[in-house]
Structure formats: structure tokens, C-alpha cells
Design a protein around this ligand. Structure first.
Ligand code: ADP
Length: 234
């Protein structure tokens, strides 16, 4: 789903102690693009993702996703946008420990009013697609890090979102497992045509993306347009 930020500014706090997390950022991400966002800690990467995911609202500027300015949505419409259009993947997985893998993945569909049988069917299908068919009944504490992240990715995919937003998805994984998870995300980007924005500190991880956007001090300093910074995935 094509996404563009137009002169987006996000300021936290007020007066002399205020911080410009995003300072007049403009960025276009095309349909089915895979973009890695890199930059030092505090440079505004998470704020950028949160603004695109309607978890946070800019003070100024437009965030246009598939033709609509999501910065202007009211709370209810923003929640609907998050449920239907965005899949979030976090470093810390955020799975519910008492539910099985299947139940964790099926959960978002409950808020969409999907019946139980259909929820289970769809969750099992997504888990099978990403190679977790033999872990459906496991609870998260019994899974390896890579399996937890696969389960979290399945949960992010369950509503078939157009946009996947991943904040350091390999941050808690060893390098072999990180490679497996990145191959999975790259495959999903190709096979499902989902737009992926992924924050990472790791150049190896970033090499799976087709474009690297670099941030510093709340600004995009490189990779702003679709033609710049394009390189082949390894
Ligand atoms: P990154 O993801 O690159 O580490 P962030 O987007 O998390 O950067 O943060 C950018 C800047 O905004 C930092 O200086 C951070 O301290 C500040 N910031 C982020 N979130 C908040 C918040 N909720 N309240 C106040 N300041 C914040």
C-alpha cells in the first residue's frame, strides 16, 4: 500500500525541554516496497513507524496511506485502520503466554467479529504458511526465540494487512535465527506484495530490504526517494 509522509513533524514535550522526534520529514514508500529504516538511537525511527501505524499522531504534516490522511482519523477510525491495514511486529514478540500459538494468532480476528471456527481455520492456515504447523498447541514460553517471532509474524498477517511495520524484529534473535526470520519477511513481501517498513541496527538485516532510509536527529538523511539507495538483497 503506497504510503507517504508529507512534511511531518512530531514534537514531544513543551517549551525548552521539547524534543523534535520528527522534523519536517517527507518520505514516500511505494506499493509492495521493502524499506529498512536505520539510524542512531533517538533519531526518530520508532516515531516514524508509530505515525505510519496510527499509534501516534504528528503535530504537523500529512500521513497519506492508500489515499487517506491517517493523521486526521478519529480514535475509532484509527483503531479500525490498525486492525485491518497494519501488521505490527516487535522485538519483544508481545505474545500472550497463557494462550496457545493458535489462539494468539487467531485473537485479532475476534475484534473483527469473525466466528471461532473461521478464526481457528485462518490462524492454522497462516501458521502453516510460515512453517509453524507443528507448533499450534504450544504456549509461547515453550518456544524458541525464532518460533516466537514466527508466531508473532503470523499474528501480524492474520488480517492480511497491506502494511507490515517491524520495529527491530531480529533484536532478540541470534544471527542464524535472524537470517531465517528475515528470509521469511522477504518472502512474504514478494509473495503477498505487502509493503514492509522495518527498523534495524543491523546492516545484514537491512540488506534484505530493497531500499535503506537513514535517519538522524528526526530527519531522513538518505534514501528519501524510491530511486535512491536501491540495492539488491543478498
Ligand atoms: P529511535 O526509534 O530512533 O530510537 P524514537 O523515535 O524512539 O527514536 O525517539 C526520537 C526522540 O523522541 C528521542 O529523543 C526520544 O527520547 C523522544 N521520544 C520518543 N517518544 C517519546 C515520548 N513518548 N515522550 C517524550 N519523548 C519521546
Amino acid at each position: 500500500m503506497a504510503t507517504s509522509l508529507e512534511s511531518v513533524t512530531r514534537v514531544y514535550g513543551q517549551g525548552s525541554s521539547s524534543v523534535k522526534a520528527l522534523a519536517d520529514v517527507s518520505l514516500r514508500v511505494g506499493d509492495a516496497e521493502f524499506v529498512a529504516v536505520m539510524g542512531p538511537s533517538g533519531s526518530g525511527k520508532s516515531t516514524l513507524l508509530n505515525v505510519i501505524g496510527a499509534l501516534d499522531r504528528p503535530n504537523r504534516g500529512r500521513v497519506v496511506v492508500d489515499g487517506q490522511d491517517i493523521a486526521r482519523l478519529d480514535a475509532r477510525a484509527a483503531a479500525r485502520y490498525r486492525r485491518r491495514s497494519v501488521g505490527f511486529i516487535f522485538q519483544s514478540f508481545n505474545l500472550l503466554p497463557r494462550l496457545t500459538v493458535l489462539e494468539n494468532v487467531a485473537l485479532p480476528l475476534m475484534f473483527e467479529g469473525v466466528g471461532q471456527r473461521e478464526r481457528i481455520r485462518r490462524a492454522a492456515a497462516v501458521l502453516t504458511e510460515i512453517g509453524m504447523a507443528d507448533r499450534l498447541g504450544h504456549r509461547p514460553p515453550t518456544l524458541s526465540g525464532g518460533e516466537k517471532q514466527r508466531a508473532a509474524i503470523a499474528r501480524a498477517l492474520i488480517a492480511n494487512p497491506d502494511l507490515l511495520l517491524a520495529d527491530e524484529p531480529t533484536g532478540n534473535l541470534d544471527s542464524n535465527t535472524a537470517t531465517t526470520v528475515m528470509r521469511l519477511i522477504a518472502d512474504l513481501n514478494r509473495s503477498r506484495g505487502q509493503t514492509v517498513l522495518l527498523i534495524t541496527h543491523d546492516l545484514q538485516v537491512a540488506s534484505y530490504a530493497r531500499r535503506v532510509v537513514r535517519m538522524r536527529d528526526g530527519r531522513v538523511i538518505d534514501g528519501e526517494s524510491e530511486k535512491e539507495g536501491v540495492h539488491e538483497a543478498v
